[in-house]
Design a protein around this ligand. Structure first.
Ligand code: B12
Length: 244
């Protein structure tokens, strides 16, 4: 069954939009914004905000009604549904079911210099009110930082007998992330060690379906929290341990 946006009453189809036009502000500007939103197919359009943000740009907040709906049941994809646990339950699961510490190494690989994403997940201080993986007493977590060649990441993962490798890829210009992520998979396969690791990639333009296509076990996108990642790792490593 189709659903439509909720603005004032159920299914009224009202959406709020914000956008900037390369337009010098004038008394005509609100009408330019309104007619633009109408051209997008909205009706009953109102312009709530219209302001110069620069001598040659105008910013708008508008609302309008759409007749378009969507049936959520028709939306299919390869989504990762992590059963989120709390910090104490994750540590207890590892201790009781794995019987040893869970080892994880992480890095932003190759030319990618962005550290904040991998830090958010791994650093002791954590992110979004969650502790990072380094804080977990039942985890041995090593954050190698950024611009780490795939060879060095793999060498460290092997030396530390890691259960999981975490890769961050932020820059996606000209699909550079695909090249980097494929390089790591090819290296793991060439060394015959792909199956030893739970292989996870994250970044603002990563999703689970894309990660799976490239041969990774899971992909995490924007706004990922350390708890989601820690829950996934604990459950997946324990599950694999039970199978072997
Ligand atoms: C800070 C920053 C930098 C800093 C990085 C400093 C540092 N120490 O990290 C500096 C100035 C060095 C930089 C450089 C560049 N940057 Co920059 N940068 C940013 C910026 C402003 C913020 C990124 C950030 O810290 N986000 C906050 C973190 C918490 O979010 P996140 O990375 O998405 O991480 C979350 C999730 O994605 C996920 N996640 C991320 N990694 C992982 C890993 C795992 C395993 C898991 C599970 C989850 C996970 O969890 C995190 C928490 O929720 C963004 C724009 C933006 N607003 O996002 C541009 C941005 C990422 N940069 C960009 C670019 C182009 C560059 C440069 C190429 C610019 C240039 N021409 O020189 C260089 C690249 C250098 C290089 N070799 O990599 C582009 C990327 C565009 C693209 N699609 O490729 C962006 C989007 C800016 C833009 N709009 O153009 N940048």
């Amino acid at each position: 069954m189709d659903i439509r946006p909720y603005g004032d009453t159920r299914d009224d189809g009202i959406i709020q939009l914000s956008f900037t036009l390369p337009l010098v502000y004038s008394v005509k500007a609100p009408d330019v914004g309104k007619q633009y939103v109408e051209k997008l197919g909205f009706h009953d359009v109102g312009v709530a905000e219209c302001k110069a943000i620069d001598p040659s740009f105008t910013f708008f907040v508008a609302y309008g009604r759409t007749d378009t709906g969507i049936d959520p049941d028709q939306v299919k994809g390869d989504y990762l549904e992590v059963e989120e646990m709390d910090y104490y339950a994750i540590n207890a699961l590892i201790k009781d079911k794995l019987g040893r510490k869970l080892t994880v190494v992480g890095a932003a690989i190759e030319s990618d210099a962005h550290t904040v994403g991998i830090d958010a997940i791994m650093n002791m201080k954590g992110f979004a009110g969650n502790y990072g993986l380094e804080r977990y007493p039942e985890m041995n977590a090593l954050n190698m930082g950024s611009q780490i060649p795939c060879e060095q990441l793999l060498k460290t993962a092997l030396e530390r007998h890691a259960d999981a490798i975490l890769v961050s890829q932020i820059v996606t210009q000209k699909n550079i992330h695909v090249q980097h992520l494929t390089k790591l998979i090819e290296l793991l396969e060439a060394e015959g060690v792909r199956e030893r690791f739970v292989l996870v990639v994250g970044g603002p333009r990563i999703n689970n379906a894309f990660a799976k296509e490239l041969g990774y076990d899971a992909g995490f996108g924007p706004r990922t929290t350390p708890l989601e990642v820690a829950s996934f790792l604990a459950q997946e490593v324990v599950r694999r341990g039970a199978q072997s």
